[in-house]
Design a binder for this molecule. Structure first.
Ligand code: SIN
Length: 190
């Protein structure tokens, strides 16, 4: 790893739970990529027998993905990225990509964890209803898959970012979770 400070871009859990030391953070955008719930999670929000769905980035020339960039100190970068490599080990690889900062439109290179379509845990596209169903029922050592989605949607809203893919899934999963909760409530009173 170089001796300069290093930018890291987060677009999923790294937005609301970076769990790393950093010098500063700035909202930023990746051009030419879209955020999609197409990566399987066997180790955080699902299990090998029932994988959850988490976000990855898919190349799409006209698209963009908003997220948070963190400046990681050169002195602690090796340790920080070793911990992140472990956290993102289920199919993600580090890529160096150009980030555009929101406040001044300047561009810097940053490291981004991308789960490519050829990784073993990649699930790919399916209907909104199927994705919502899978997210509503999956859970893993890091918690409920639905909480991952709700936390991401809340964080994007707080930052003023739009992401129809995330917000539509959020609505669909909330409906399923609420309907499930009501079903359990009715069962308990039968
Ligand atoms: C990221 O947040 O940048 C990677 C995907 C995730 O950990 O949710």
């Amino acid at each position: 790893m170089s001796s300069a400070h290093q930018w890291l871009f987060g677009y999923g859990s790294l937005i609301w739970r970076p769990d790393i030391d950093y010098i500063e953070r700035r909202p930023a955008q990746l051009r030419g990529w879209s955020r999609r719930f197409w990566q399987g999670s066997h180790d955080h929000r699902g299990m090998p027998s029932q994988p959850g769905r988490v976000v990855t980035l898919i190349e799409a020339p006209a698209a963009y993905c908003d997220g948070m960039a963190y400046l990681v100190d050169a002195a602690t970068a090796a340790e920080t990225f070793a911990a992140l490599d472990h956290r993102e080990k289920n199919g993600y690889e580090r890529h160096e990509l150009p980030l555009q900062f929101h406040h001044d439109n300047s561009i810097r290179h940053g490291l981004v964890y991308v789960a490519r379509q050829d990784n073993h845990a990649f699930l790919g596209e399916t209907s909104l209803a199927e994705m919502a169903q899978q997210i509503a029922v999956s859970k893993g050592p890091s918690g409920l898959n639905s909480d991952y989605l709700f936390d991401l949607a809340r964080a994007l809203r707080e930052l003023g970012f739009e992401d129809p893919h995330v917000f539509e899934l959020e609505v669909a999963v909330r409906q399923l979770v609420n309907a499930g909760g009501r079903a359990m409530h009715i069962e308990a009173h039968e």
